[in-house]
Design a protein around this ligand. Structure first.
Ligand SMILES: Cc1cc2nc3c(=O)[nH]c(=O)nc-3n(C[C@H](O)[C@H](O)[C@H](O)COP(=O)(O)OP(=O)(O)OC[C@H]3O[C@@H](n4cnc5c(N)ncnc54)[C@H](O)[C@@H]3O)c2cc1C
Length: 319
């Protein structure tokens, strides 16, 4: 059995997802402690150029037209063949819609256990997973001989998984990729009529704690005083209080502002995935045990409805 760790690179439309670099960084830490190589696994069609930025000991790739777009069925067939042939110690996926789709299917197909929502690895090779929406961190032994992992961002910086030196590319054997049951019908481009929160340098972000649509005005006033935009967590968008273009997280935008002010946001993994790379995270949350405090540099448990009018006034005065 090999000690190598496979990291399945998540990419869409020629863009590598940030979580891929986080996974490479996590895998690197683990191999430093337990041995083996970090092998990036790149599935696609004419996508080998994407390998240039990956901090891996090697890149295993399969190039096939059936892998030109993400296709869970095709990915599972390709990965099942690779895992059977090479018996890696671990196969890591992003804890994303794509990663969860492949990992759960592969787990059932191959009878290999899957560890979900892994955030970090310990020096003695254990996994640390965030469960119950990030409220509890669970530590455990990695199943043997092979385990599948889905990894949430936040435990490692994505820069740690990036490199300017290309790793050696090896073509893995391509299994028969016919009889695929899933077919891409249409790719829906996101709405670009609103501002792009991914480009903003400061964001005031509102969560369910804001309670109703009218209260969003408090966040708007603060953002106006600061000269920045307002973004939101999913419940706010699901309620129709703000447009989907302002959604931060797994199903929304990935943002990297200098300052991210989270108002009444608990810090669920799906939200954190989209904002953990912010330079400074400031949390306003009345619950001192809210997971947002695991990643916030500054925070207060003051009620936001007491804080917001005062803060907005102070900023207006200072300006
Ligand atoms: C497949 C999938 C994809 C998802 N994608 C996303 C995504 O892209 N983005 C996303 O955000 N979520 C996403 N979610 C939902 C996610 O799991 C959480 O449910 C969501 O992020 C919670 O939003 P929240 O923090 O605003 O609400 P809550 O978790 O309800 O937190 C509200 C917080 O407000 C605090 N609060 C309440 N009142 C006050 C007050 N007066 N002052 C200060 N603090 C207060 C509370 O203490 C609480 O911590 C997804 C879920 C799934 C399953």
């Amino acid at each position: 059995m090999d000690q190598d760790i496979f990291v399945v690179i998540e990419h869409l439309r020629g863009q590598i997802a940030d979580v891929s670099y986080v996974m490479l960084a996590g895998a690197r830490q683990l191999t430093q402690d337990t041995g083996g190589k970090v092998m990036a696994v790149l599935l696609g069609h004419n996508a080998q150029g994407l390998a240039n930025s990956l901090a891996a000991d090697g890149v295993l790739y399969i190039d096939h037209p059936a892998l030109a777009e993400f296709n869970s069925d095709a990915y599972q067939i390709a990965l099942a063949s690779m895992i059977k042939e090479r018996s890696p110690r671990l196969v890591i996926f992003g804890h994303s819609s794509i990663g969860m789709d492949i990992a759960s299917g592969l787990s059932a197909k191959l009878g290999i256990p899957v560890v979900n929502s892994c955030r970090t690895f310990t020096a003695d090779g254990k996994f640390v997973s965030q469960i119950c929406g990030g409220k509890i961190m669970a530590e455990g032994d990695l199943p043997t001989p092979t385990a599948l992992i889905t990894m949430v961002p936040g435990g490692y910086k994505s820069e740690q998984g990036q490199s300017t030196q290309s790793a050696t590319m090896t073509a893995a054997s391509t299994p028969a990729l016919d009889g695929i049951r899933i077919r891409l019908k249409q790719y829906i481009e996101p709405d670009t009529s609103d501002l792009d929160i991914a480009r903003e340098t400061m964001l005031v972000s509102v969560g369910r704690g804001i309670q109703n649509k009218d209260n969003i005005e408090l966040a708007n006033e603060l953002a106006e005083a600061l000269g920045c935009a307002v973004s939101a967590s999913r419940p706010v968008v699901d309620q129709g209080w703000m447009p989907t273009t302002r959604l931060v997280g797994k199903s929304g935008k990935r943002v990297k502002p200098k300052i991210y002010l989270a108002l009444g946001i608990s810090g669920a993994p799906e939200h954190v995935e989209g904002m953990s790379d912010s330079q400074v995270i400031i949390a306003v949350n009345t619950d001192p045990n809210a997971p947002i405090y695991n990643i916030a540099r500054y925070g207060t448990t003051v009620d936001m409805f007491d804080l917001l009018p005062v803060l907005t006034d102070k900023i207006k005065q200072a300006r």
